[in-house]
Structures are given as C-alpha cells and as structure tokens.
Design a protein around this ligand. Structure first.
Ligand code: HEM
Length: 204
C-alpha cells in the first residue's frame, strides 16, 4: 500500500483497514452495472437513504455536543440524506421506511471515523453519477445528486475532511478509535445493503 506522505497517518490506515469492506459494498451495490434496472436502482437508493438518515442522526447528536469540531469539518454542508430522497423522487419513488441501528457516535474520534465512510463515497460517487446519467431506459438520466453532492468541489471537500482528521489526531485524538468507528460504519453498511445485492453472475 503506497503511503501518502511518508508516514502511516490516520488516513492511510483508514484506507487500508477498510479496503475489504469497500470492495464488498461496491460489488454488492453493483451500481456500475451497464444493465442496472430502475427497480434495482430504486432498491439501492432506498437502502442508502435509510443508512444515511441513521448515520446522519448519530452525527447530528455529536454536532450538538461538539459544535466547534462540527464547524471545523463543515458538518452542516456534508449532510445528504435529503439528496437520496430527491434522487428517489426523480425516479418517481419514495424513500423506504426502514433504517439500520447504528452504534452511537460518542465523540469526535468516532464522528470522524463515520464521516470517513460517508465522505469517501463522494470520490467513487462522481464516477457513479456519470454512469447513472448515461444509463438507457427508465432508470437512466438520473442526475445522481446524492452520489456527487459537491459537484466541482468534490476534491476540495475531501481534502478539507482529511486535513481536519489529521489535525484532530495530531492534537491528541485517538486514531484507533477513528479507525474502529470507520470499520464499524462500513460493516454496518455492508450488512444493511446485503439484501439489495445484485444476484451473483446474473442480470439485475
Ligand atoms: C455507498 C457506497 C460506498 C462507500 C461508502 C464508499 C466509500 C469510499 C471511501 C471511504 C473512499 C475513500 C478511500 C480513500 O481513503 O482514499 C472511496 C473511494 C473510492 N470509491 Fe467508494 N464507496 C462506495 C461505493 C463505491 C462504488 C459503487 C464505486 C464504484 C465506482 C466506488 C469507487 C471508488 C473509487 C474509484 C474511489 C477512489 C479511490 C482513490 O482515489 O484511490 N465506491 N469510497
């Protein structure tokens, strides 16, 4: 695994520690499938909406307890459960009723770990949004606002998150707890998405 900046910093560890879960979620969702049907896309978006709503509720509680840390990472700008709902509306569908039970966000270590998963998804998200926009058929042409919420500022928002996470650890934050929360979030996402996984080897 190449290292960013010559030392095993928290971002490098986060990436390595969650690579397997990332691969699992990516292949379960199978959003890059050229045959992705409207039905599967709606099912996936409902699942992701429920997940984001639950994940953001935990982060919102933290933001109220730690407003300075939340402001430093621009928490208010990073919320996007409503964008999954908007994407569903654009497909003529409503959000699902279910949401997963997620571990509590106790402190800024755990908030930054959870946010790693949510924010990192905007990187692949730009690729996914382009793909969805180009799909033929009734699921096609979706703007995919939830996957690319920052438009041309994706890199800047990711860079800002990384800077805050590194500064937090440099100032005494517990990197192990950050990584533990990211792994827990990713594992919960993988389990939550399993029921809407593409059938292996078969068309969606
Ligand atoms: C909701 C589901 C997803 C989540 C939570 C997620 C999460 C993440 C995270 C945390 C990163 C940052 C990795 C780092 O530390 O650099 C990342 C990067 C990335 N993801 Fe995903 N991802 C998701 C779905 C996908 C899918 C479906 C694809 C397929 C196109 C994908 C492709 C990528 C790519 C290309 C990167 C950039 C890797 C790089 O810059 O080296 N992701 N994702």
């Amino acid at each position: 695994m190449p290292r960013d900046d010559g030392c095993a910093d928290v971002l490098t560890t986060l990436r390595a520690a969650t690579a397997a879960e990332h691969g699992q979620v990516e292949s379960t969702l199978a959003l890059m499938d050229p045959q992705l049907s409207r039905e599967r896309l709606v099912a996936v978006l409902r699942r992701l909406h429920g997940f984001w709503a639950a994940a953001e509720a935990g982060l919102q509680g933290w933001a109220q307890r730690e407003p300075a840390d939340a402001a430093a990472v621009q928490w208010d700008r990073r919320r996007r459960a409503h964008l999954f709902a908007a994407d569903l509306r654009a497909l003529g569908a409503g959000p699902g009723a279910d949401a997963p039970e997620l571990p509590a966000v106790e402190d800024t270590d755990q908030a930054l770990g959870r946010m790693y998963v949510l924010e990192g998804s905007t990187l692949g998200g730009t690729v996914i949004a382009r793909h969805l926009a180009g799909l033929p058929g009734p699921g096609g042409g979706l703007a995919g606002a939830a996957f690319a919420p920052y438009g041309g500022e994706t890199g800047a928002m990711w860079h800002a998150y990384r800077r805050v996470a590194r500064a937090h650890v440099a100032a005494g934050g517990d990197a192990g707890r950050v990584v533990g929360a990211a792994r827990g979030t990713f594992a919960a996402l993988a389990a939550w998405c399993a029921p809407v996984g593409a059938s292996p080897g078969g068309p969606a």
